[in-house]
Design a protein around this ligand. Sequence first.
Ligand code: FAD
Length: 430
Amino acid sequence: MNRKIVVVGGGAGGLELVVKLAKKFKRNQDVEVTLIDCNPTHIWKPLLHEVATGTLNSNHDETSYRLLAKKYQFSFVLGRVGGINTDGKHLNIDPILDENHQEIVATRQIDYTHLVLSVGSLCNDFGTPGVTDHCLLLDSRQQAEKFHSLFINHLHRLSDTQNPPKLLSVIIVGGGATGVELAADLHKVAKQLPDYGFADFSSDNLSVTVVEAAPRILGQLPERISVSVTKELNNIGVHVRTQTKVQRVHADSVVTHIDESIPANLVVWAAGIKAPSFISESGLPTDSIGRVQVDKTLCVVGHENTFAIGDCCACPMDDGQFVPPRAQSAHQMASTAYKNIVANIQGQPLKEFKYKDFGSLISLSEFSTIGNLMGNLMRGTVFIEGWIARLFYLSLYRMHQSAIHGWGATLLIMLGDRIYKATRADIKLH
Ligand SMILES: Cc1cc2nc3c(=O)[nH]c(=O)nc-3n(C[C@H](O)[C@H](O)[C@H](O)COP(=O)(O)OP(=O)(O)OC[C@H]3O[C@@H](n4cnc5c(N)ncnc54)[C@H](O)[C@@H]3O)c2cc1C
């Protein structure tokens, strides 16, 4: 019988999985591996705040799915999955439209025998009024590029000598990794602007405020990391406001739970996550934030041969908590899903997924990197800061690249990055 394995979402977890599956079944005519993604290229999501500030050029760092499909011999389908017919075992793919909303490719159906959902997560606005209309998000490359373009426009306004506004105020709602890393990166850019022709710009012209409803930022991480990061953010000049809940957002301000209005030119919403709605709309079992419920083998509850990995799934751990939505979780789940799909096809029993927390690292751009490492080698938890932490942080991305390209190609990419950096501006200002 022909097996059609379809992986939806080529992100941190899905792309690693599809490469492993394609390598495994390269010479097996009975197994077809297909990746579906709504974008033609992959950018590792933890880099999106750098795309937003311009410290990373998305055109340089993207990986073409079609190139990988050619290299590893899997099929790539460009399109957004809008629904799953679990009885008929097919996926409905939304039409592709051009910029004038004219249809380029009509709605399609893709059959599967084995399905893996790895579509990641979206920002959760918890129904807060004004977020959809006035906030910028960092869920996708397009959104990060939109922030970048508006940010650059504001910088031009500030440099208008005829009528210069005094301050660019950026409010970031949500003190998780995304929010704090973006805040630090914005200050890095501000520091470099005078070298790039914005002669009158100084850090005093930029106000970045991280607004967090909980008593501390980075609430999911150990308190010690949160304290160190808050201290470092304050040193850089980022305002951190905890125990402050945003009640609504206007075009030029955010209003807090005590009816305080904070003026803002740009508001980024980075508080909480939810899963894409087509999952629950397709009748799969989901939790309160729309994540598909999987058992410990990563199989969707009540649905044979259907798996889910990464941010879009709610995977229970032994302590009753769910696996946290992180790149390392997606990476580890990709390995287990791979083993279980192979086991399933070979008629072997499936393995349980065991999440191993190796720690967390928060990059505050050039200012600092702070985090902890965990594991048997560390004999518990070790807190690290500075260049050692930076080295571990950078190695996470290189490990992702090596899972996709192999170590040889990753070393060449690293060399290429060095050459690229030596010949280009540190920040993208267009
Ligand atoms: C700015 C930022 C910084 C972060 N920093 C860190 C960090 O330092 N450390 C860390 O561990 N985590 C970090 N994260 C979280 C981390 O990026 C995610 O946990 C991780 O990417 C989840 O991987 P995933 O494979 O589940 O989904 P993703 O990597 O998000 O991939 C999802 C893929 O699915 C595709 N897709 C979505 N919907 C559809 C659809 N309907 N049809 C077809 N394709 C679809 C998308 O195009 C994408 O390619 C950060 C996130 C952000 C936004």
